[in-house]
Design a protein around this ligand. Sequence first.
Ligand code: ATP
Length: 652
Amino acid sequence: SAATKSAEWALSRKDEVDINGGWEPGTPTTKRIEKTSYLTTFFLLLIQRSAPGDTESLLHAVYLCINRLSPDYIGIELGIGESLLVKAICESTGRSSATVKADLKKEGDLGLVAQNSKNNQKTLFKMKQLTVPHVFKNLKEIALSSGHASQAKKVSIITKLLASCQGTEAKYIIRSLEGKLRIGNAERSVLLALAHAIVLAEKEKDTKKWSKEKLANRLVEGAEVVKSVYSELPSYDLVIPALLEVGIDGLKDKCSLTPGKQIDSYQRKHTNKSLGIPLKPMLAKPTKALGEVLDRFENKPFTCEYKYDGERAQIHRLSDGTLAVFSRNSEDMSKKYPDLVEQIPRCIKEGVESFVLDAEAVAIERSTGKLLPFQELSKRKRKDVKLEDIEVKVCLFGFDLLYLNGEPLLRKPLSERRQLLREHFQAVDKEFQFAKSSDSETVDEIQTFLEESVKDGCEGLMVKMLESEASYYEPSRRSVNWLKVKKDYLAGVGDSLDLVVVGGYYGKGKRTNVYGAFLLACYDADSEEYQTICKIGTGFSDEMLQSHYTVLKPLEQERPRGDIKIGGAKPDIWFEPKIVWEVLTADLSLSPIYTAAQGLVGDRGVSLRFPRFIRVRDDKDADDATGPEQIAEMYEMQTLAQSKGKKKKGDD
Ligand code: ATP
């Protein structure tokens, strides 16, 4: 019903909008359905008013809405520094750098400063209105310019863009350039709006009238198809032109998992990145007890695999022999793992041309091959690693095969994918191994295998459906068909949390030059907001604090961002929510100060007691952080366990 409501709004609003004459925003809204419906209207109008064959207008508009210029794996990024932007604002408005900086201190948002500077400026003649393709082209040029004189070139392009800005445009252009648009539109809302707009365009074209029910069904179906295709082929460059050409019904045939599909020539000219297209990896649901595994999988064939403690690596090989390694977040890691690129050809059997392999890269001891914890791997630089400089050896543990010799395997049962993996690849000592597995059936068997995995240096087990549709590979899903059982359950502590660092407290004593404690938050994907959860300040060594300081200092902000639900937390300084830490806790409690999971377990929020820092998760973005539902669930499980414990004691 939310989909229909949003679509109806979009349709009713359509006639009020004149996109060619500029669209002055009405009252800003923070409600997700409303935001999606505004976007739907906008995309629908673009589709209807673009010239036949013009796929770029919609493509560029989508990119601008999510503040990106290319797919993640190509990595053309904005994030222009403050000093360059201040310079451009000064040049285009004639203000001095001192006054612009003073305003920035007051406002805390360079976008707003640019907008105010522009609006207070008297202009003699009206500049030509900015258009989406023009802005997109310029942003891309800025992001791609490098080498000497590139600074001056960037300032000159930005100055010209600013000169043409009207109304609120300067605010959003500057924020886009900073790489923080802050319109609270998560990518999934944009995908939803895109799907709805395509369905509505189809409806408007149809000479037959659609019933309310037909519209509702088509909207749901459209959203499902677009989301699933995008998770298999996360490239708007390919999905949007296909959507415009063949619509929802033909999309799955036109776009499917494809290693090595060509990217557009402009991108190819400007990047030397690989041509593989990573799909969004399938993820697992945490379990709270081994019994839960059996409840879920009883009477169905399943397998347990070691959960290796390394980094997810999706390996693509194109038929021309090119190899690429992608991270959990679809970033190209080929330059971080030149050793993997060199090792992998030795584990491929004859007859294998192209493939996509899902695997975990794990640090091992060079002489014995013993598994080492993730921390060893995290010491490696992220880019430009040279083979001869590598100290920590990496072994790849393959657990799934998603594509082989031109054929996607996603919709084959895991048992078949695993069979193909074993047939076409071979283990090579200390270079490539198949993930160790056991097709166990009883709690006792799983328990034994779990203990064995921990003894061998793993985090625990992954339990996976083995047969039938339930075992198909589900890109980007946190699926109940994959459960993770972590060793922490053995000690009864529960799963760790991935939290975003949103604030800092100045250190005391000999720690005055760094932050001494931090404010953490979880992320609610529904309301698109960060909810504060705890202050963490113990367990850090001096070196760690120094390194956190170096990373967090550039993210400092005087005011909290609007999408942080603060509650009563009062850090000394706020950060742009970007850095994710893995944290363990002894206990969860209700709190009058913090806002995490507020409304899910009562009026108060949930907070962590005695939180302990485990590691930085630089393979996760802020919106991959733990959500409030999981926190509420953990709190409830704990309450349940406590009441059971008390009962037992009483019985004794
Ligand atoms: P975590 O914080 O537990 O690493 P996550 O959010 O990164 O979680 P999950 O789906 O919860 O991802 O856990 C699966 C992760 O475990 C995978 O992303 C992968 O990196 C790793 N892993 C290790 N061994 C396996 C395996 N045999 N099968 C699947 N994933 C595995």
